[in-house]
Structures are given as structure tokens and as C-alpha cells.
Ligand binder design. Structure first.
Ligand code: GAF
Length: 383
């Protein structure tokens, strides 16, 4: 990947790229839709990543090439703004804009981007690009930003240039990931701990429904507003409550359920999911992987029936493996409305399982099934 990208850069720009940055996609074991509720998540960066070859220019021009799409885009720094239909430049421009907002003197640059994170698969392909851009510019402009500052800038890029009011999980996992570890992240304080995730004979299998989701056009932002509404109702009676992180099911019974049963279901899922994450993380630490797997299935049920972010293809995929002895746990992953399921699967049964799922899924859903075995690798770095 690195050599090809370097050669492409030299051919196009007639100079060596100053740096090549790799920024990975992520999986999340448990703790979904909890990040923007100030809760906890348990993600990890994976072996699929975005790669950016980049060099500064002497003027204020930004010239971009998305190698995989064979599309170019150019803009000058004073004209910087989100662009309409074309999506990929926004992730880069949004990251550049964060430097501008911090009054960091910018320079133009040439960049070539390539990625093997499947797009719209719930593996944070956009966060990978945002983080690669912030990381690269931090290096080239010698800005000395901390990794956490870079995470927050990349998250802002998604808010302001992609219109998705995401939590901090994806960008945090991409930048902060550590080989063979998951990150238990407190999304309120941003305190985190690395928990070893090296399960003998068990692999992370991602089954892609190939239902492409676009969180921007989905109900992702609506879910966030529904959670905020629940908090506002609780707050009227208990002013010390600022997020669902601090709410209990008793509070929901008293202050939310009587007002709106749908918002009750949404917020109840989040309260339960934060609790499930803590218990699931303890299972992992104790080595009780079966108990963790069971909770992943519970998370799926909650995401599907209470939180309303699944789809028939994701439900079908999870139901297919639910009673399979080789599958420790499975659930939809990420924002939802399509993309991948994450499955913890006994290694020696993967081929047979994939054959079974592929045949059944393609017949029933009339969509192709693709799959990846994800390994947990380090976060963003210069390669
Ligand atoms: C998407 C978002 F970008 C994350 O912040 C998170 O909310 C996730 O959906 C759901 O857990 O990936």
C-alpha cells in the first residue's frame, strides 16, 4: 500500500511525499450509541485503514486525489467550506478547517488518499480520513497538538463538514488504538484504559450486509435529539442530571415513560447499554467470553427493537448465527441502518460459517455478502 501510494504521488507531483500517514477504521465490541450520551464504549482500531500521502505547497491551494475513486478535487484555503454532493473531500476539508478555527497558520498541500476501509460499512471509513488529515497536518505544520486534541478536531470535522453529530468513539479509536487491545473509554472525561483482547482461537468476523448506510441522511441525528429530550424531561425534576450517563431506569419510569413511550424506549436502551458495557468489560477481563458474547446478542436486540437503528438485513444476519455453537456473540455495529455485524467466532469454524451465512443471506436478501476477519492494530501513525 505504502509503496504504491508513494509511486503514485511521485508520478503525479514529481516530488516525494513528505509523509504518508495511516489511520485505521474501528470495531466496537459493546457500548453502541452511548458515546454521545457521555457513556462508555469499547472500540479497537483494526487492520483496515485510510492512507494519505501528503506534501505542503508554497501557495494556498489544496489539491486532492481519491485514488480508489479516481476523483480529484481542488480548492484554495480562503474558499474553504463544506461542498455539496461529493462527500469524500468534506472529511479532509473539515479537518483542515479545524486548524483555521484554531488560528493555526495553514499552507496549501497536495494529498493522495487511498483506503481499504469499506465505505458505509460501519467501520468508520470517514473518521479514518479525518484523523489521517489532522495527524498529517499536525506533523507538517509542526503544531504539536496532543493526540486528544487531534481526536476532538477530527470529530468536529465530521459535525461541521459531514453534518453527522457523532460522538467521539470513532475518531478516538482511530487515533488511540493499540494492537491486541480494546479501549474502555469514558466519553465524558475521555479517560481510557487499554484492555487486552487476544482471544485464543476466537476471531473477530465482520459480515457486511452491503446495505450502505449514510449516517448523514439516516436517523442518527434524530436519535441524538431523542436522547436529549429524555434528559431535558428528567432535568426538569432532577436538575443535576446532564446526560443519560447519569440517568437510571427509575428516572425513566417516572419522568419519561409517562410523556412519550418511544423516547422512553430510546433512552432506556442507552441506560441499559451503558450498564451492559461495564458488565461485558468485566467478563472480558475475567476471561468469560461466553458471558460477553451473550451480552452482544442482547445489545443487538436492544438496538433493533428499542433504539430502532437496525434493518432487516442486519437482523437476518444476526438471527442466522444466533444459535450457532461456533458463534460466541454477534450484533450490528456502529451507527446502524446497514453495514456490518461483528461476530466473535471460533477460528476453526469460520469457513463453514461464512459459507452457510453467504448462501442463506444472498438467497434471502438478494444482496452480496462480503466478510473480513479483523485484527486489532495500532492507531494513527506515520508509516
Ligand atoms: C457512529 C458514530 F460516529 C459514533 O460516534 C457512535 O455514535 C456510533 O455510530 C454508534 O455507537 O459510528
Amino acid at each position: 500500500m505504502k509503496e504504491k501510494l508513494r509511486a503514485e504521488f511521485i508520478e503525479r507531483h514529481k516530488i516525494e511525499p513528505e509523509i504518508i500517514v495511516r489511520s485505521p477504521g474501528r470495531v466496537n465490541i459493546i457500548g453502541e450509541h452511548t458515546d454521545y450520551n457521555n457513556g462508555f464504549v469499547l472500540p479497537a482500531s483494526i487492520d483496515k485503514a485510510a492512507y494519505m500521502a501528503i506534501s505542503l505547497r508554497d501557495d494556498d491551494q489544496i489539491h486532492l486525489l481519491a485514488k480508489d475513486l479516481n476523483e480529484t478535487f481542488s480548492i484554495s484555503i480562503p474558499e474553504l467550506k463544506p461542498i455539496g454532493d461529493v462527500s469524500w473531500p468534506n472529511y479532509i476539508l473539515g479537518a483542515v478547517a479545524q486548524f483555521q478555527k484554531k488560528n493555526i497558520p495553514l499552507k496549501g498541500f497536495n494529498a493522495i488518499l487511498t483506503s481499504d476501509v469499506p465505505i458505509g460499512a460501519g467501520l468508520s471509513s470517514s473518521a479514518a480520513v479525518e484523523c489521517a488529515t489532522v495527524f498529517a497536518l499536525n506533523e507538517l505544520l509542526q503544531t504539536n497538538l496532543s493526540k486528544i486534541e487531534m481526536v476532538l478536531m477530527a470529530q468536529k470535522a465530521e459535525h461541521e463538514y459531514a453534518g453527522v453529530f457523532c460522538g467521539v468513539m470513532d475518531q478516538f479509536a482511530s487515533v488511540m488504538g493499540k494492537r491486541d487491545h480494546v479501549i474502555k473509554l469514558d466519553c465524558r472525561s475521555l479517560e481510557y484504559e487499554y484492555v487486552p483482547f487476544n482471544l485464543d482461537g476466537i476471531k473477530i468476523l465482520l459480515l457486511n450486509t452491503n446495505v450502505k448506510h449514510s449516517l448523514a441522511s439516516s436517523e442518527y441525528n434524530t436519535r441524538r435529539l431523542e436522547c436529549e429530550q429524555a434528559v431535558a424531561w428528567i432535568k426538569e425534576q432532577q436538575p443535576e442530571i446532564n446526560s443519560l450517563r447519569d440517568a437510571t431506569e427509575e428516572m425513566l419510569d417516572k419522568y419519561v415513560l409517562p410523556k412519550d413511550s418511544l423516547i422512553d424506549q430510546r433512552s432506556r436502551f442507552v441506560v441499559q447499554e451503558i450498564d451492559r458495557l461495564h458488565k461485558g468489560c468485566n467478563d472480558l477481563v475475567k476471561g468469560d467470553i461466553n458471558a460477553l458474547g451473550k451480552k452482544m446478542f442482547e445489545t443487538h436486540n436492544g438496538l433493533s427493537k428499542m433504539y430502532g437503528v437496525s434493518c432487516k438485513e442486519l437482523d437476518f444476519m444476526v438471527d442466522l448465527v444466533r444459535n450457532n455453537d461456533a458463534v460466541i456473540g454477534a450484533r450490528m455495529m456502529g451507527g446502524g441502518f446497514g453495514g456490518c455485524t461483528i461476530n466473535l467466532v471460533k477460528e476453526d469454524a469460520i469457513d463453514e460459517l461464512v459459507d452457510m451465512v453467504k448462501t442463506a443471506y444472498e438467497k434471502e436478501m438478494e444482496l452480496p455478502l462480503t466478510y473480513y476477519i479483523a485484527s486489532i492494530e495500532n492507531g494513527t501513525s506515520i508509516i
